[in-house]
Design a protein around this ligand. Structure first.
Ligand SMILES: CC(C)(COP(=O)(O)OP(=O)(O)OC[C@H]1O[C@@H](n2cnc3c(N)ncnc32)[C@H](O)[C@@H]1OP(=O)(O)O)[C@@H](O)C(=O)NCCC(=O)NCCS
Length: 208
C-alpha cells in the first residue's frame, strides 16, 4: 500500500463513483501505527448503536445534542452503513492488531458551501489515549489527498474541551462561533498548506 504522511497507509483503487466520475473507490482503508479506518459494514450495527446510545458519548454530538430514541438511532446507523459518500463519508475506527472497535470518524460536506467537515466519536473505553487525534490525522490526510479540498473544517460545542484540544493538536485554527444546524458551535479551519507545513514528529501518527 502507498504510505502517506503521518504514517497513514491508503489501500484504495481508482474507479468510478456512483455518479460515474473517476474517484478513489469507496473501499478505501486507512492505517496508522495503532489503528485501521475502514468502511461501515452491516455487522457493525450493534457497536454503532451502542456508541450512539451512550449519553456521555453523545453529550456534545448532534443538533440538538444528545441521544436519540433506540429506533431513531438504529435508523440513522443503517442509513450510514448504506450511504455512499464517495471518498468521504463514515469510517469505523478499530484497533489494527485485534480489530477492537474504538468508534467512528467522518468526512462529510457541510450543510452549506463546499467545505468538508472532519468529525470523530469514540466509545468511552477508548478515550484519553490519543486515538481521536491519530484517527483524525489519517482522515485529514486522506481528505486532502482524495477529495482535493483546499481546507478542512470542524465544528464543536463550546464546552467540549477534549475535542477542542484534539483540533488544536491537529493544527486547526479557531475562527469563532457559528450557527450549525440551529446550534451555536465553535468553527475551526485547517488549510491544506498549513497541514503540509506541520512537521512530522518522531511518534509518527499524531502531529505535536
Ligand atoms: C472528544 C474525544 C473524541 C476525544 O478523544 P480522545 O481519543 O480521548 O482524544 P485525544 O486523546 O486524542 O486528545 C484529547 C486531549 O484533550 C485533553 N483533555 C481531556 N479532557 C479535557 C478537559 N476537560 N479539558 C481540556 N482538555 C482535556 C487530553 O488531555 C488530550 O490532550 P493532550 O494530548 O494534550 O493531553 C472523545 O472524548 C469522544 O469521543 N467524546 C465523545 C464524542 C465527542 O464529543 N466527539 C467530538 C464531537 S466535536
Amino acid at each position: 500500500m502507498p504510505q502517506g504522511r503521518y504514517g497513514v497507509r491508503h489501500n484504495s483503487r481508482r474507479g468510478q463513483d456512483s455518479q460515474g466520475r473517476g474517484a478513489l473507490e469507496c473501499l478505501a482503508m486507512l492505517e496508522t501505527s495503532r489503528l485501521r479506518l475502514r468502511r461501515l459494514h452491516a455487522s457493525d450495527e450493534a457497536d454503532l448503536v451502542e456508541l450512539d446510545r451512550d449519553p456521555l458519548v453523545m453529550r456534545y454530538v448532534g443538533s440538538p445534542r444528545g441521544v436519540r430514541t433506540h429506533e431513531e438511532t438504529v435508523e440513522r446507523v443503517r442509513q450510514r452503513i448504506h450511504a455512499d459518500h464517495g471518498a468521504g463519508g463514515w469510517w469505523i475506527i478499530e484497533d489494527k492488531h485485534d480489530g477492537a472497535f474504538h468508534g467512528v470518524g467522518l468526512l462529510l460536506g457541510m450543510p452549506e458551501g463546499d467545505d468538508v467537515e472532519v468529525g470523530y466519536r469514540l466509545a468511552r473505553r477508548s478515550w484519553g489515549r490519543g486515538i481521536a487525534t491519530e484517527a483524525a490525522a489519517a482522515l485529514i490526510d486522506h481528505a486532502f489527498a482524495a477529495l482535493r479540498v483546499p481546507r478542512m473544517v470542524a465544528v464543536v460545542y463550546p464546552d467540549n474541551h477534549p475535542s477542542r484540544r484534539v483540533l488544536s493538536k491537529l493544527g486547526f485554527a479557531h475562527d469563532g462561533p457559528r450557527e450549525y444546524r440551529g446550534a451555536r458551535v465553535e468553527h475551526y479551519t485547517l488549510a491544506a498548506s498549513a497541514w503540509r507545513a506541520l512537521r512530522v514528529d518522531n511518534r509518527g501518527d499524531a502531529p505535536a
